[in-house]
Ligand binder design. Structure first.
Ligand code: 1PR
Length: 561
């Protein structure tokens, strides 16, 4: 029997492959509509409008391609439409992200940016897994909206939202909109909205594991008010309510490289040295990237990161295996995927110049949600300081975030610790450390490195993060060469140091050796997420064991898959 075809409007905004994969996983066929004159718009019976990244970029593309009238006709005909993320935002009148761009105006509200001073300082963008509150009247009738479970967590990634006051909420409801809202700190915003044949979510159901797939499935089956199950209503009161509303995010990281036999393997170093200490000196081979990503997804990882750790040696455009890894992983892993290594302007061996934006586009098209920039971020920050703290508009951080949004650009920092007796002895931001240096120095700072720790730059890690936020990065992956592979816990002082440089979400990385290290970093620092590598790869602990431990210790994690 042939499969039912579902249509997806593609205005070249971010990762649409994951949505395609999710719909196909649910048993449908996907066709993209890239041209407003496409006849399929007249006959489609189910349509998605997914949007990622910058509001203006998305809407301007949408309008320039002439989609406005055909989309209105589609909606007027009563056929079902589901918007996702910026695809939800598009239905509002506008956004302060792009004041010159008019929205579609279906919902009389403007989107605004989350307040980074809320809670005395919260990370913006809002990245991670949050709860969704469904309209009480619907829940009381034993139903929910399109399979959204009050018990589950959904993946959000955005800086702008339809932040609502109570009167605005009531007015939307009076207009016939069914709403679900979520809370980020003290700000309540629209997380899903439905009216007649229109449905849209601010969260990414295609990135929200099984709970998200259930929402897409309900939409595809036309189950607007689907029955609530007993599991949907299960809420564990013993679990903490985090100030932001977000869960404690656990990330599995796969360092990938080609070994001496030419196979792409997951490896793991000690202080970035990935070769066996034995005579063979081979690259440590801990498994196959796609299989391991799938395993961690099944164990409950909230995100999977792939780092191509030798990318600086060759051209990423020729580096098809990493693209292939992404493509294959995205077929079965329905949580966010980040890829790093070699995100920079490159020149192919035949002399063709390939800008970083194109390299990133290839990864987004393959199924990545974010790209992580290491070496090039250091170069961009150095230029930023040479240029009186201004960007040039040409660096990969700037070009990629302008097209795909700041949330798509992660900075991977590889800092190394240095000691000084007195802060006046260095131009870099220092901290008073609890762990004095070899000569009893009480202060330390971190310099950044590039090319996998090989080059140490005259640039502090604090200064790097400060510059990258200004240039348009959306998240910081904070590694630590001294702690990498040590199993001795995270460098808590480093995390605080980086958090003080930026409002961006920070991912603590390097040093996790057991579940209590995750608890420690969440309790003692303001980190937004914690990443583990070696302890998962060597099978010492599973992601689920870490999450079960955190749950027992009263920390909020996403427990459903
Ligand atoms: O510089 O933009 O091409 O990106 C290269 C990327 O590769 C950077 O993100 C850089 O951090 C990474 N990288 C380069 N060399 C290495 C290496 O290990 N030799 N890996 C490397 C960085 C660090 C973490 C690791 C944590 C957790 N790996 O990703 O997963 O330290 O480990 P643990 O839990 O076992 O302690 P560019």
């Amino acid at each position: 029997m042939s499969k039912e075809v579902v249509f997806v409007i593609d205005v070249e905004s971010g990762n649409l492959r994951s949505l395609q994969n999710a719909i196909e996983y649910l048993g449908y066929e996907v066709e993209f509509i890239r041209d407003a004159a496409d006849e399929n718009l007249k006959t489609a019976t189910k349509l998605f409008l997914p949007g990622v990244g910058n509001y203006g970029h998305f809407l301007n593309q949408f309008l320039a391609k002439g989609f406005l009238e055909p989309l209105k006709r589609y909606i007027d005909s009563g056929r079902p439409l589901m918007g996702i993320c910026v695809g939800l935002q598009a239905f509002f009148t506008g956004s302060s992200e792009s004041p010159d761009t008019e929205g579609l105006g279906y919902i009389p509200l403007q989107l605004t940016k989350f307040n980074p001073n809320d809670l005395g300082g919260k990370s913006v963008p809002h990245i991670g897994w949050n709860s969704v509150q469904i309209d009480r009247k619907i829940l009381d009738s034993g139903k929910t909206l399109y399979g959204i479970s009050p018990h589950s967590k959904y993946y959000f990634v955005h800086s702008y939202a339809a932040i609502l006051s109570e009167p605005e909420k009531q007015s939307l409801e009076a207009d016939g909109w069914t709403l679900s809202t979520s809370r980020y700190g003290t700000e309540e915003f629209v997380s899903a909205i439905a009216k007649d044949n229109l449905f849209a979510t601010q969260f990414h159901p295609e990135k929200s594991g099984a709970a998200g797939l259930a929402v897409i499935n309900s939409f595809l089956r036309g189950e607007k008010f689907s029955p609530l199950s007993a599991a949907d209503l299960q809420v564990d009161d013993s679990i903490e309510v985090t100030p932001t509303g977000l869960t404690r995010r656990i990330i599995a990281c796969l360092d990938v490289r080609t070994n001496d036999s030419g196979d792409l393997v997951v490896t793991k170093g000690d202080q970035y040295d990935v070769r066996e200490k034995s005579e063979s000196g081979d690259v440590r081979n801990l498994g196959k990237p796609v299989e391991m990503a799938e395993k961690y997804y099944q164990q409950g990882a909230d995100e999977v990161t792939f780092l191509n750790i030798t990318s600086f040696r060759n051209s990423p455009i020729k580096d098809a295996p990493m693209l292939e890894v992404l493509k294959r992983a995205a077929e079965t892993v329905f949580v966010p995927l980040t890829v790093g290594g070699g995100i920079k302007d490159v020149v192919d061996p035949d002399g063709t110049k390939v800008p970083a934006l194109k390299v990133a586009t290839l990864y987004f098209r393959a199924g990545a949600d974010k790209v992580s920039i290491g070496t090039d971020a250091v170069l961009a920050a150095e230029e930023f300081y040479r240029n009186n703290e201004k960007g040039t508009g040409l660096t990969p951080i700037e070009t990629i975030s302008a097209s795909y949004g700041v949330q798509a650009v992660v900075i991977s920092v590889d800092p190394k610790r240095f000691y000084v007796a007195d802060p006046s002895k260095t131009p870099y931001k220092t901290i008073k450390t609890k762990f004095p240096g070899p000569n009893g120095e009480n202060y330390c700072y971190y310099k950044v490195t590039s090319q996998g720790g090989r080059n140490v730059h005259d640039l502090g890690a604090w200064e790097l993060c400060y510059a990258c936020e200004k240039l348009g990065a959306g998240e910081i992956l904070c590694n630590c060469i001294d702690k990498d592979g040590s199993n001795s816990g995270y460098d808590l002082e480093l995390i605080d140091y980086i958090k003080s440089a930026t409002k961006l979400p920070v991912i603590a990385s390097s040093g996790a050796g057991n579940p209590s290290h995750f608890e420690e970093v969440f309790r003692k620092t303001e980190t937004d997420a914690a990443l583990g590598a070696g302890m998962f790869h060597r099978g010492e602990y599973t992601v689920k064991e870490v999450k079960d431990f955190l749950t027992k210790r009263g920390l909020l994690v996403r427990t459903d898959k």
